[in-house]
Design a protein around this ligand. Sequence first.
Ligand code: HEC
Ligand code: HEC
Length: 406
Amino acid sequence: MKVSTVLPLFVSLIVFSACSSDADEEFEVLLPDETQENSENQNDPDALVGDFTAADYALLSASLSLDENLEDYTVELPNFFFDNQLQNEDNTPNTNPVTDMGATLGRVLFYDRRLSANNTISCASCHIQENGFSDPDQFSLGFEGGLTGRNSMGLANARFYENGRFFWDERAASLEEQVLLPIQDEVEMGLTLAEMEEKLQAEDYYQVLFRLTFGDETVTSNRVSLALAQFVRAMVSYQSKYDLGRAQVNDEEANFPNFTASENLGKNLFFSNRTRCSDCHHTNSFVGDAARNNGLDAAFIDLGVGGVTGNNNQVGEFKVNSLRNIALTAPYMHDGRFETLEEVIAHYNNGVQNSPTLDNRLRINNGNVRRLNLTQVEIQGLVDFLETLTDETFVNDEKFADPFIN
Ligand code: HEC
Ligand code: HEC
């Protein structure tokens, strides 16, 4: 290595270490020094191959198919999409902004079956890209063949949920907390955090990826959590048919020029006071502002948020996660009870069950359940509208796909 290339790298390392009192709490990126030239000497291990040194890239490429240049996980979202309302829902903490390097490490972790006790299950086993990062099975298979207690959740736009809580019953207070729980779950992946750290530390590609992301090779569960959360937050869907139409009009209530008559009918119903769908599934991410009871049952076996907090007023309340890519994430609801969107609409049309915690949006003034009395054409319109939230770019995007060679 030439002296001129060593010096700036050395200086920048000092600056980085000087300003981070606790390297594990704050997130920082250490990439190869930009001033280093792409060397003509192919055998120089310090020469740059895209964003990596030749030595690092060769080592990574033995296990992973990563582009020479880091994928862009920090795309600027269009103005119509990332409006004030949606910005209020953003749960990205200041201590863990999405970075290209951190999300790349997160992607590798997300697809790595070593995160389960017997190397059979990765996060992606239950969060499948072509299914909007959910699971087409009602309950998901864990590492020893056991089943999860609830339906897997689609992960698109998980970044946007105002109270920042995760899981159907909102038991995780943040995404950083959530991502470590499946690893330790006895049905899902079955590792202790200490076992996970030891396993990952032994892999040479993690030694490279942790060094490039955090400055040294040490694998800690806190670093795993930061990187996985970055990858999940990078999964923003904003290029569906809905978005193409929304970009062409001033507000969502205008007819979209690219929509069929049925899609526009469904959209206008979705945003109407008659259905009030958008009062609970709001913003361009179609998420709730908090958990609610949407009347699936009159008495609850799964108590939802109330089961976690012990508060009777929250029994039967479940997270209102994003409807993005909803046509791909069947079956529906926390227990996967509905197989089709038609069944979901039929529920809201005339199946809502009354109970003390039923949300007021689903009642009329005297407290009784509101019936929508939708016609067959209107039901079809709502289904057609929900299908416009499918984002083919997102579900086919390489940067969210499996990076492992085997
Ligand atoms: C065995 C299947 C399985 C595995 C493996 C799995 N998940 Fe999940 N995931 C689920 C299920 C089921 C839920 C809903 C559970 C609940 O709410 O009780 C869920 C919920 C989530 C949520 C909550 C989404 C929201 O909007 O609240 C996130 C985020 C998530 N998983 C990420 C991950 C990550 C990251 C991994 C890997 C470390 C992972 N999952 C591994 C099945 C799985
Ligand atoms: C009172 C608030 C509220 C209203 C109004 C409402 N929803 Fe929901 N919605 C929810 C909640 C809460 C869930 C999750 C419930 C569960 O899984 O237990 C949900 C779930 C869904 C799901 C399934 C999501 C998934 O990932 O499985 C769809 C689809 C849906 N709603 C569409 C609609 C449509 C269409 C309307 C209007 C006809 C509507 N919702 C009105 C609160 C509401």
